[in-house]
Design a protein around this ligand. Structure first.
Ligand code: PMP
Length: 367
């Protein structure tokens, strides 16, 4: 006999996180390990973040500001909005969870693409909701197909742009189509965890729609381009009413004091962000060229990662890459069998990765 968990917990999809550097070092007895599995920024945070963290390390005996006022004000100033329109989360993950906790009951559903970021499903199912999945079309979210599946029990539509794991985006027209068609009592969540990686031509100002659309929430994070994944801090922007609703279920002190300080410093350094964006763009192009030359299939991405085809040899390729010290994500774990998802790193690490990948590919796929 042991204490029994709720029955439905057994049905929750398992989120398989990327393997850690220490785990791989120990398992393969190697000293250089590169984690390209979780779309982190391998350049790390900007210098101002490192400085503010070391200056504030002695204050961790105090609880943080429960309402994260300084960082919300910074974000508000950055986007020319009001702090009342912003909620902070212990990572965007926590905001997704709060949204489902707030709006999903037994019998409700959420509509999203298949595959999509797994936390949408996990959070909705946890609340007794069901998930309605609409297959990607040509690796893109099928906005019209998603709209067709919205019914009287739908509470939320989750869109990720760039989408994870494909790296594809939705257009401004698709976004407007969705907002125009959807019923006003359905919350549209536009998850833009990777939006800072977009080219100017691919970008449109989703935040500017929030003032006219009380059923829109835009999610962003400091985990990706800002390089703060380990501190866990993300934010949501929505109408003051929706933010007030979310605040009812938000746990006090959900953002650590150091994360708040770091985010304030990170958002100020626009130059650093542009530098990372341009570097990653060059890496994306380098990957595309090298893979094309070798005849290796891939999905054109707008983010800091890419799906690469494995021609059915995912397990072998992942294992050989691990032996060389590269951790990548098998597509099976992300609903994309037949692919690996690889995050771009620094130009030096990427060169080494491509060299190894091509060698392994030639051994296992193109003999
Ligand atoms: N949304 C998407 C699409 C993601 O890929 C991720 C991170 N993997 C997140 C949200 C969550 O980011 P975080 O919780 O680190 O802010």
């Amino acid at each position: 006999m042991k204490p029994q968990i709720k029955k439905w917990l057994n049905e929750l999809p398992e989120y398989v996180a990327g393997r850690t550097i220490e785990e791989i070092k120990a398992a393969y007895n190697i000293s250089n390990v590169y984690k390209l599995a979780s779309n982190e920024n391998l350049f790390g945070p900007c210098e101002a973040v490192k400085k503010i963290l070391s200056e504030n390390i002695g204050t961790v005996n105090y609880y943080p500001d429960s309402d994260a006022r300084e960082v919300r004000q910074k974000i508000a100033d950055h986007y020319k909005i009001r702090p009342e329109n912003i909620i902070m989360g212990n990572g965007t993950d926590q905001i997704i969870e709060m949204i489902c906790d707030c709006f999903i009951d037994e019998g409700d559903n959420v509509v999203t693409a298949d595959p999509n970021f797994l936390i949408y499903e996990k959070s909705a199912r946890k609340c007794g909701g069901t998930i309605v999945k609409v297959p990607l079309q040509d690796f893109k979210q099928d906005i019209k197909g998603i709209m067709k599946k919205v019914n009287e029990n739908t509470k939320i539509v989750f869109i990720a742009s760039p989408h994870n794991p494909s790296g594809t985006i939705i257009t401004k027209n698709e976004f407007e189509y969705l907002l125009d068609k959807v019923k006003q009592d359905v919350l549209v969540v536009m998850d833009e965890a990777y939006c800072e990686y977009l080219d100017d031509a691919e970008k449109f100002d989703t935040i500017s729609y929030v003032s006219e659309r009380p059923n829109l929430a835009v999610l962003r994070t400091f985990s990706k381009i800002y390089g703060l994944a380990g501190l866990r801090i993300g934010y949501g922007i929505s109408s003051a009413d929706i933010i007030a609703d979310l605040n009812r279920i938000r746990m006090p002190f959900n953002i650590s004091s150091l994360a708040q300080k770091a985010a304030c410093a990170a958002i100020d350094d626009c130059e650093y962000i542009l530098k990372i964006r341009d570097t990653v763009k060059a890496e994306r192009e380098k990957f595309a060229e090298a893979l094309k030359k070798e005849g290796i299939g891939f999905i054109k991405s707008c983010a800091n990662f890419m799906l690469i085809s494995t021609e059915g040899k995912t397990r072998e390729i992942v294992e050989e890459l691990l032996k060389k010290g590269f951790i990548v994500r098998p597509g099976e774990n992300l609903g994309m069998p037949g692919y690996i998802r690889v995050s771009f790193a620094t130009p030096e690490i990427d060169d080494l990765f491509l060299k190894n990948l091509i060698k392994i590919y030639r051994t296992f796929v193109k003999k």
